[in-house]
Design a protein around this ligand. Structure first.
Ligand code: DC
Length: 235
């Protein structure tokens, strides 16, 4: 879609670092507006899981790129997204949920997302969800690369200590041995890898609104995004 085409419902790009609350905000915004939700991080996580299933090491760039392209083309890797619901990623005909959320999957996703062939393979897939608008995409490069013409762009962030604290609380529910210091180290490592990679580094788009949510409630953040989206609707 060209820059001049008017969508009656906006594309909402929510970018930002891990643990800033993007996923929760994206879900609530999609529910409030009845928009389709696309969690692009889940696609990168799925590539990490795919590599594990295919017994390909995540540092083998060429093989990871090859299996990703093949899996996207053959629909062995796909995402099913619906209005106001968590999108489901499928690998080899099986829906993936918990396997994508482990610390290992987070780590693998952060590595494979730096590979140009992986990003290229996932780009068309991400764009296929959004071109008609009425969609919320959350990720790192939605406003800069995937939908540079998105009508609404927010870069949602928070201090690294606050983000580590939030992620730690989430992990504790599944793993009582979670250590805050380790979670903080992992958050910092991932931030620096995501922000410093050559291709599509995590950064706010020039026309994005940067929201520091360190001292904001989820409800406050959702209200800001929903208001902006309603203002951009033309029907
Ligand atoms: O948002 P998340 O934690 O599920 O993302 C997992 C990894 O995928 C993260 O380290 C960065 C990468 N990612 C990316 O490079 N581009 C995106 N649009 C989304 C995620």
């Amino acid at each position: 879609m060209s820059k001049n085409t008017v969508r009656s419902h906006p594309v909402i790009a929510l970018d930002g670092p891990a643990g800033a609350g993007k996923s929760t905000v994206a879900m609530r915004v999609a529910q409030a507006l009845g928009y389709v939700l696309v969690d692009t991080g889940a696609l990168y996580r799925a590539v990490g899981v795919l590599a594990q299933r295919r017994r390909v090491r995540t540092d083998d760039v060429a093989r990871v790129e090859q299996i990703t392209m093949q899996a996207v083309e053959s629909h062995a890797l796909k995402m099913v997204a619906r209005a106001g619901a968590t999108p489901i990623v499928w690998i080899d005909g099986e829906p993936q949920t918990d396997a994508l959320r482990t610390p290992e999957a987070s780590h693998a996703a952060s590595i494979v997302s730096g590979y140009p062939g992986v990003r290229a393979a996932l780009l068309a897939l991400q764009r296929s969800f959004g071109s008609d608008g009425g969609v919320v995409l959350e990720g790192r490069d939605i406003g800069t690369v995937v939908f540079p013409d998105a009508e609404i762009k927010f870069f949602i962030t928070a201090s690294d200590t606050e983000r580590a604290h939030r992620r730690h609380q989430e992990l504790l529910q599944k793993d009582p041995s979670s250590q805050l210091s380790q979670v903080l180290a992992a958050v910092r490592e991932r931030d620096s890898r995501d922000a410093s990679r050559d291709i599509a580094p995590m950064k706010p788009a020039e026309d994005a609104v940067v929201l520091d949510t360190s001292a904001m409630s989820v409800e406050e953040v959702v209200a800001v995004v929903v208001q902006a989206a309603i203002g951009a609707q033309t029907v």
